[in-house]
Design a protein around this ligand. Structure first.
Ligand code: ARG
Length: 250
């Protein structure tokens, strides 16, 4: 009995080592790529008429076309994306994900394809104009994001600030409408989109939060370099520009 248990334990351990580290694929020959996203992020990725669409989706579909690889999109919570990547459940992440030094320790990034910066969005009856005005307010952020990191750094300055992290942007927007939170931190272009759709919202910019979106891949998999060549080609051909104007214009 003990022997049997030992064998089961050992096999499980071996299986876990094999799958938990995720075998690195040969991406030059692999013809299908599974791409993780979190489709709660208009205009970058969101669900419209039951389909995942957005700027990021157009970018990755065009990269797939250029490389002659089929793209399969897998939707999950944002906080699960990088863990899924490191365990090899997905080949890459495109999700309006900002390049940071901390993330670079765990994953590789392609070159940036969009510049961005953060904003604070709130109900217009409030007259917030700067972070200091939020010193005792309740801020909502999406779990696992740079927005959450920014909010936590502000809480260190303002201990009375309250922060709630939730898995989805869409739930956060509902919480704001229902006055369960006072403000949300997200990307400036998203704020424009939400303001266009929902009445009585206002926002201010967080000037010190410039960043860049890139595609995250497994470390040392070679896929980031493959994506870079495709991004360069799309840029040269003039394919990226119309995608951006299509989704970023109002
Ligand atoms: N840009 C932020 C980050 O990298 C938030 C991204 C959220 N993306 C999403 N699809 N919900 O952390």
């Amino acid at each position: 009995m003990l022997k049997l248990l030992q064998t089961i334990f050992l096999s499980a351990l071996i299986l876990c080592i094999a799958s938990c580290t995720g075998p690195v694929e040969d991406y030059t020959t692999k013809d299908t790529l599974v791409i993780g996203t979190s489709a709660d992020n208009p205009p970058y990725e969101f669900v419209k008429d039951g389909e995942i669409v957005g700027l990021d989706i157009d970018v990755i579909e065009n990269i797939g076309k250029t490389l002659g690889k089929k793209i399969i999109i897998k939707n999950m919570d944002f906080s699960g994306l990088l863990p899924a990547l490191t365990t090899g459940n997905i080949d890459a992440v495109i999700a309006g994900i900002t390049v940071t030094d901390q993330r670079k320790q765990k994953v590789d990034f392609s070159r940036g394809y969009v510049s961005t910066s953060m904003e604070v969005m709130f109900l217009e009856k409030n007259t917030f104009q700067k972070v200091e005005d939020l010193h005792d307010k309740h801020i909502g952020v999406q779990s696992g994001t740079t927005w959450e990191i920014y909010a936590k750094s502000q809480k260190e300055r303002f201990p009375q600030m309250k922060i709630t992290s939730l898995p989805s942007n869409l739930i956060l927007v509902e919480a704001l409408k229902n006055k369960n939170i006072d403000a949300i931190i997200m990307e400036e272009v998203q704020v424009i989109k939400f303001k266009n759709k929902i009445e009585n919202l206002n926002s201010f910019a967080l000037n010190d939060t410039k960043g860049e979106f890139a595609i995250a891949t497994q470390k040392a998999s070679g896929l980031a370099e493959i994506f870079n060549k495709a991004i360069d080609k799309l840029q040269l051909e003039g394919t990226l520009y119309p995608i951006k104007t299509k989704w970023l214009s109002n």
